[in-house]
Design a protein around this ligand. Structure first.
Ligand code: SF4
Ligand code: SF4
Length: 135
């Protein structure tokens, strides 16, 4: 079983196409949509977790890329400016997934990118602009 967290970008010409559904139907993949939005340029963007057989995952992603969908790893979209952080921990209560948490015993703030779903809730919470979403 392979699993990837990715950002799919759909140009406006593909917005009404059931492309993500094809990953389920044709490639037997599980697609968990973590977040969906329409960008200021009217493009569709999905943050997804896709899992399934490794070969099927590769083939399915190749299929939607060839169909015109942009694919990027989720981790590339999230920047943590660690040098700006004063470790006030305000963001930990805003984060719904535990991606931002205080690690014991030294009580340091850590960011676990694997848990992040790019919900952006931490961005306005942090007065020091430590967390930045790049779109
Ligand atoms: S709210 Fe900002 S400054 Fe405070 S711990 Fe979180 S990232 Fe660091
Ligand atoms: S964007 Fe921020 S609040 Fe949302 S899951 Fe990621 S770290 Fe947590």
């Amino acid at each position: 079983m392979a699993k990837k967290r990715l950002v799919f970008s759909f140009p406006t010409s593909l917005l009404d196409q059931p492309i993500t559904y094809q990953l389920v139907k044709r490639y037997d993949l599980m697609v968990n949509i973590l977040r969906a939005r329409v960008t200021p340029r009217e493009e569709g963007e999905l943050v997804v977790e896709v899992s399934g057989d490794k070969k099927s995952l590769e083939e399915g992603l190749r299929f939607i890329e060839e169909a015109g969908v942009g694919i990027k790893p989720l981790a590339q979209r999230i920047i943590r400016h660690e040098n700006l952080c004063i470790e006030c921990t305000a963001c930990t209560s805003a984060c719904p997934t535990g991606a931002l948490l205080v690690e014991r015993p030294d009580m340091r703030l850590v960011f676990d990118g694997e848990k992040c779903i790019a919900c952006e809730l931490c961005v306005p919470t942090c007065a020091y602009k430590v967390m930045e979403m790049v779109f």
